[in-house]
Design a protein around this ligand. Structure first.
Ligand code: UDP
Length: 149
């Protein structure tokens, strides 16, 4: 296509998302993904899995020394999760905004965590906190050919 100045400023990004066991348990995957899609993010890869202990430990390795690590790993392996890749303009920051604060008590009105999360631990969704971590997290669960934009 012709070259436009907007090509330089538009940042089409990908981020990694998990619908956590408290969301699948309460049959909320569609309701949560409706919020994600309404925010303009596109689900370009998706798989429902049971996370293994090893996968959860690797995924949350940065929190290994935190007091909640053991509880977090057992929660993430306690039921099915939906792992997905979201694509859109500024997808990383946009999804973090739509998710809301880690603790639902501090999450803004209308955010996924304010609407659906049960507690600071069982908070319904994960989203990458930077484009660099998004790449690493996506690669833990998806190959390039799994992602259909
Ligand atoms: N978590 C927890 N207790 C805490 C802080 C975090 O159980 O005091 C869990 C919670 O599920 C959270 C995850 O650990 O989503 C990762 O924590 P992080 O600080 O990275 O929050 P997030 O990026 O998910 O908002």
């Amino acid at each position: 296509h012709a070259f436009f100045l907007t090509d330089l400023t538009m940042a089409i990004e990908r981020t990694f998302s998990i619908l956590k066991p408290d969301a699948t348990e309460r049959n909320l995957t569609g309701a949560i993904n409706a919020v994600i899609e309404e925010a303009g993010l596109r689900i370009v890869a998706q798989r429902r899995i049971r996370m293994t202990d090893a996968q959860a430990k690797t995924f949350y390795e940065v929190h290994a020394e935190r007091p909640f690590y053991g509880e977090l790993v057992s929660f993430m392996t306690s039921g099915p999760v939906v792992v997905q890749v979201l694509e859109g303009e500024n997808a990383v920051a946009k999804y973090r905004e739509v998710m809301g604060a880690t603790n639902p008590a501090q999450a803004a009105e209308g955010t996924i965590r304010k609407r659906f999360a049960k507690s600071v631990g069982e908070n319904s969704v994960h989203g990458s906190d930077s484009p660099e971590n998004a790449k690493i997290e996506i690669a833990q669960f998806f190959t390039d050919s799994d992602i259909v934009g």
